[in-house]
Design a protein around this ligand. Structure first.
Ligand code: SAH
Length: 458
């Protein structure tokens, strides 16, 4: 018997000229073509003489099962979908059906996925160049995905400054999702962020609306639309939505010359190996900034700022800040040493509230994995299992203390020495410094100090 074949074909956005040659050939090769009725209509003129099986929108698995059944009879079956069949399409479900039936790569049904331009490519091309930098796609359909998952992805994408393509943004029944998505995105992105809404791209009823994030949900949006939302540097000019490639950070756009301090073919000074040096330079140039200010300036976790400070070298200081890293196996010794620091201030923060607790260092005790700071006025319990790093930190004359940092670089709590009058108690300070020298490590990154001074990336 002839070997069966399943061709999973994405035919692009809809216009015949945007279909790939392989998609066309694959459909020509097929004995049977299966697809959602709207998709079948879009490839109608390629279907002469073929068995055509039209399925409804909700009969997704049926389409895969049908393809498998037909292929088992030795036929060549094309399962067609718009865009790319692997993007919110039938490629995944078809493999799942095949695997459930015990199919392997060696069995007598061959499978080929034929890629196509997905809606986000097509829609982006129609509105300019919005996807030139990191982007992601999120489907707002909660038919198969729980809303908290979708909300978490929206939040993460917004926070990560991705350009976002929203698939399945709205339907007759699902009208609230786009409103909720807008609300989440507005928590992190400016209201005037450019948004393009493309309906039926490269199809007969193509329509494009250019708008902003603040207005997005008031626009006409339906199932045939893809919504493209810019990142913080996306702009609109001549009615076109453009996301810069990032080159403006490095090259002068007119002359093409690398900007001062940057080198062609090398990571930016703010690249992985260079950006801590930029933090130190910022701290030198902004002596009034505290750790938290610097974290806000670089939109980076506090732990990263501490790491930048700890890497300071003569000639590449972090302004008046100094830090030392405490290995986690020394946490117990650290807490024992801290009991000699007289009065201390434990600081715990959330985004909108700060708790500052004054206590005597001797109130500090350990029980199992808990560090307890307990007196008659307050109880503070810190889960030491969550401490990923601890740092001795000094900001000359202003602050001395220990920062406890979690795995994301976020602050769990800080334990700070308290001034008596205008000064730190000398004995306490000596005890703090001694502990810092005994337990804390400086980190030598082994990098070229002179180059770091230039805030260069090598
Ligand atoms: N496999 C398809 C996506 C299917 S999900 C692809 O790769 O493009 C269906 C969603 O895709 C629609 O709700 C819409 O958001 C988007 N979409 C598909 N074709 C489109 C087109 N021509 N114009 C605009 N959006 C489209």
């Amino acid at each position: 018997m002839k070997k069966g074949k399943i061709l999973l074909v994405g035919f692009g956005p809809g216009a015949p000229e945007h279909m790939s040659q392989r998609a066309r050939d694959a459909i020509a090769e097929a004995d049977v073509v299966i697809g959602y009725s709207t998709y079948i209509k879009l490839v109608q003129d390629l279907l002469d003489g073929k068995e055509v099986i039209r399925k409804g929108m909700t009969e997704e698995l049926d389409r895969s099962i049908e393809a498998y059944e037909q292929a088992r009879q030795g036929k060549t079956v094309a399962l067609v979908s718009s865009g790319d069949i692997g993007v919110y399409g039938m490629a995944g479900p078809t493999y799942e059906v095949l695997f459930q039936s015990g199919w392997t790569r060696d069995s007598d049904i061959t499978v080929e996925v034929v890629p196509g331009a997905t809606a986000l490519n097509a829609c982006a091309a129609l509105v300019g160049a919005p996807l030139t930098h990191d982007f992601c796609s999120i489907s707002l359909s909660d038919l198969l995905t729980p809303w908290p998952t979708i909300a978490r992805r929206l939040e993460a994408a917004a926070r990560g400054d991705f350009v976002i393509a929203l698939y399945n943004p709205k339907s007759g029944r699902r009208t609230g999702q786009i409103v909720e998505a807008q609300r989440i995105l507005l928590l992190h992105r400016r209201p005037d962020t450019p948004v393009a809404i493309v309906k039926s791209g490269y199809r007969r009823r193509q329509a494009i609306q250019m708008t902003t994030l603040a207005q997005m949900a008031d626009c006409e949006i339906g199932m045939l639309c893809t919504v493209l939302i810019g990142n913080s540097s996306t702009f609109v000019r001549e009615g076109l939505m453009v996301t810069p490639r990032g080159y403006a950070n490095k090259y002068d756009t007119l002359t093409g010359e690398a900007k001062h301090g940057e080198q062609a073919g090398r990571s930016l000074t703010m690249g992985l190996t260079g950006w801590h040096a930029c933090v130190r330079r910022h701290l030198r140039e902004t002596p009034e900034a505290n750790l938290r200010d610097a974290a806000a300036h670089f939109d980076a976790p506090l732990g990263e700022i501490l790491a930048a400070v700890v890497e300071a070298q003569p000639g590449d200081e972090a302004g008046a800040m100094q830090a030392r890293l405490v290995a986690t196996e020394h946490l117990d010794t650290l807490f024992t040493a801290a009991q000699n620091w007289g009065q201390i201030r434990a600081v715990v923060r959330s985004e909108a509230a700060i708790a500052e607790i004054l206590l005597q260092a001797k109130d500090l005790t350990r029980k199992g994995q808990w560090l307890n700071l307990v007196n008659e006025h307050c109880h503070l319990h810190v889960d030491t299992g969550r401490i990923a790093s601890a740092w001795f930190f000094s900001h000359d004359g202003q602050q001395h203390g220990v920062y406890l940092i979690d795995a994301n670089g976020g602050l769990i709590a800080s334990l700070l020495l308290v001034k008596v009058g205008d000064h730190f108690n000398q004995q306490t300070l000596d005890s703090f410094r001694k502990a810092s020298e005994q337990l804390g490590q400086l980190i030598d990154t082994g990098e070229d100090i002179e180059a770091e001074e230039e805030c260069s990336d090598e």
